[in-house]
Design a protein around this ligand. Structure first.
Ligand code: GLA
Ligand code: ZN
Length: 672
């Protein structure tokens, strides 16, 4: 849980690095930040080198001063542990802390997020630092949260990781025989006789490209292992903090749909989920919303923290366009609309050197308040102050679940065939975007979720069905739910071994189809099918399927090629519900029409009907229900409200009729 009581409003602030500045600047910062309504600062994100100048010395004097200053100025603190970048002396003295990359090259000191997760040195000293910080600052009751490391990620293929991989495998498979079976090592004479023969899969061994591996099972397990190894680093620091401060609220800043880490497993270890939102300027609002909903989903639907976003500009894109006037405010409210209870930035003051000196900040190099960005931050600061606790701790209610799974993501994209263009996230987004653009609230849930609370569950490209997870779907449909999945589903079990005797494997009886073959269409090549009298394109993959109890939902199957006439969309009545199979990929118009039909059939209502580009979501709790209306358009938009409502931000009342929203404007509406 986000510790709301300590803040009493949406926490507003972000990364603050006074250690990069002389003290005269600190006082100025405090004035400017307070003036912008900033109440929470994330401190100490990258200070390991100064906190521990050598192996035996710790020096907290500067951090002490910063902590004091911040407290005196009435600010809350999110205290980071600084372990996202190790000190140079440590790398020199203990090279085991340095990573080995995918090409097998040992890294030297440099950059950040650079420590081997299985380095004994890293584990020892990162945990010790976390413990010392907890001991030293435990008395500060203005600490609202602990921020372990920073944006964990990346990979390592060093010898320590290889050794740890073998231990991980031994725990998982127990015997070398079951390992051989799981990886189907009879293929290409890969039989292992001893655990020590197993090596890390990279360009020196199984891979010939990043995503192309001769043994999917090995590469998949290495992904799982790395995600667990890095998670272990987090857990160890968290435990060290909690040993000293048992009720500390501990988090680490995640990165939305970040492929290397299985965030469903991570979120279980976090007191609350927090994440950093850096969309490109071209990103569609539904793409940003997907990340928010995913971050809410991994945390079981609980509110999350927006830990970072830029107030204006990033520095790491090829073209770092400014966030246009109103966009920072709009995206801040969009985060809240999807479950965020904080609005935080990277960063408070723009640094003077290195690669982030042109990254946006509340205070820029001019060091003054009369800038566009500062004014926008200050205005939002005022609004959030006036909202107080009104928006906090509310939940999103949704009748629709999209099943999302990192193992599926990894498995699909390691797959040799059927198509290199198949991208898991893109397929998930097709469904999500169609729903989001029609203002349906969507929960993104794990594949082991009990779906009984939902009316519609969608599993885009449900390639890998692990264990008995098919029973969750079977039960859901039997009890009256509508389930929808696509081509390339039910193909393998958890080790990437094919489920034999007909695709879609374990889902076959639920869907009532047998997929005999799959045709991969090159970019630009299309087939067609007809749905409700309209022709839609079929591309990417086309399943050639036979009905085994299901009925055809399209009109006349594919329109071209040798499989002309084979169904492209099917429905199976199963128990009290229906299971739909979409045998190909199509365009936005199709997903919109098809999903609108399914929602209608299932009695699912959108939050609000709005013109294109205007997003609406809702959050609720025992105190009521709020509707967020966000105009992502460059021009004003008119929205019809079904009942009289009041805007929480301005207090304006709309007695029914039309609400006019300015370009990029936001309303948070409650019924009156
Ligand atoms: C990430 C990091 C920050 C900063 C920003 C810049 O989110 O966590 O330290 O580098 O990116 O966009
Ligand atoms: Zn390593």
């Amino acid at each position: 849980m986000i510790p709301y009581e300590k803040i009493g409003k949406v926490a507003y602030g972000g990364d603050y690095n006074p250690e990069q500045w002389p003290k005269e600047v600190w006082r100025e910062d405090m004035e400017l930040l307070s003036g912008a309504g900033i109440d929470t600062v994330t401190l100490n994100v990258f200070s390991w080198a100064s906190l521990q100048p050598n192996e035996t010395t710790y020096d907290f004097s500067r951090l002490d001063e910063i902590m004091e200053m911040v407290r005196e100025n009435g600010m809350k603190v999110c205290l980071a542990t600084s372990t996202g970048a190790h000190p140079a002396w440590m790398a020199k003295k203990y090279p085991d802390i340095l990573r080995v990359d995918f090409e097998g090259r040992k890294r030297k000191f440099g950059a950040r997020h650079n420590s081997c997760p299985n380095s004994p040195t890293y584990l020892k000293y990162s945990v010790l630092l976390a413990k010392k910080l907890a001991q030293r600052y435990r008395m500060y009751d203005n600490i609202v949260a602990w921020h372990v490391s920073n944006e964990y990620g990346g990979e390592c293929y060093c010898e320590n990781c290889e050794k740890a991989f073998r231990v991980w495998l031994r725990e998982k498979y127990q015997t070398i025989d079951s390992l051989n079976e799981a990886w189907d090592t009879a293929f290409w004479g890969h039989t292992f006789y001893d655990w020590d023969e197993v090596v890390a899969p990279n360009m020196l061994s199984e891979h010939f490209e990043e995503n192309r591996t001769t043994f999917q099972g090995i590469s998949l397990d290495y992904r799982r292992f790395l995600s667990d190894s890095i998670l272990n680093c987090y857990k160890k620091e968290r435990d060290a903090i909690k040993e000293v401060i048992p009720d500390a609220a501990v988090t680490t800043n995640l990165m939305g749909a970040y492929k290397p880490l299985d965030y469903f497993r991570w979120a279980k270890e976090m007191d609350f989920v927090s994440w950093d939102n850096y969309p490109s300027n071209e990103a569609h609002y539904a793409q940003i919303a997907f990340n928010h909903d995913l971050m809410r989903g991994i945390g079981g639907g609980e509110p999350f923290a927006l830990m970072e976003q830029t107030p204006s500009v990033t520095n790491w894109l090829p073209y770092n366009a400014l966030k246009r006037p109103g966009v920072m405010r709009l995206l801040s409210y969009q985060a809240m609309a999807h479950g965020a209870d904080t609005v935080m930035f990277f960063q408070m003051r723009r640094s003077v050197g290195a690669c982030e000196k042109y990254h946006g900040a509340v205070i820029d190099h001019a060091g003054r308040a009369d800038t566009r960005v500062y004014r926008e931050v200050a205005k939002l600061g005022e609004e959030l102050k006036s909202l107080g606790t009104r928006t906090l701790s509310m939940r999103t209610k949704s009748d629709i679940a999209i099943l999302f799974d990192w193992d599926n993501w990894w498995g699909i994209e390691y797959s040799a065939g059927p198509s290199v263009d198949l991208r898991y996230l893109d397929e998930c987004l097709r469904f999500y975007k169609a729903l989001r653009c029609q203002n349906f609230n969507v929960d993104i849930v794990g594949v082991d979720t009990d779906l009984s609370g939902y009316k519609l569950a969608i599993a885009p490209v449900y390639y890998m069905v692990k264990g008995e997870n098919d029973h969750l779907i079977r039960k859901f449909v039997k009890e009256g739910g509508a389930f929808l999945t696509t081509f390339f589903s039910g193909i393998v079990q958890e080790n990437d071994l094919v489920t034999l005797f007909g695709y879609p494997g374990k889902l076959r009886d639920i869907l009532g189809v047998w997929v005999e073959e799959e045709d991969a269409l090159e970019k630009g090549v299309e087939n067609e099918f007809i749905y409700r009298g309209k022709k839609y394109p079929a591309f990417l993959l086309c399943d050639l399927l036979h009905l085994e109890g299901a009925k055809e939902e399209d009109e006349g199957g594919y329109q071209k090629d040798f499989y002309k006439g084979m169904p492209a969309v099917t429905r199976n009545d199963f128990g009290n519900g229906q299971a739909y199979y979409l045998a190909t990929a199509s365009n936005e118009a199709f997903y919109s029409a098809f999903l609108a039909d399914l929602c209608k059939k299932q009695g699912i209502e959108p939050v609000l009907e709005t013109p294109a580009g205007v997003e609406a979501t809702s959050r609720e709790n025992e105190n009521g229900r709020l509707i967020y209306v966000l105009n992502h358009n460059q021009q004003e938009a008119k929205v019809s409200l079904p009942a009289p409502m009041r805007d929480l931000i301005t207090g304006e009342v709309y007695e029914g009729g039309k609400l006019v929203l300015g370009a990029k404007d936001v309303k948070i509406l409650e019924r009156i």
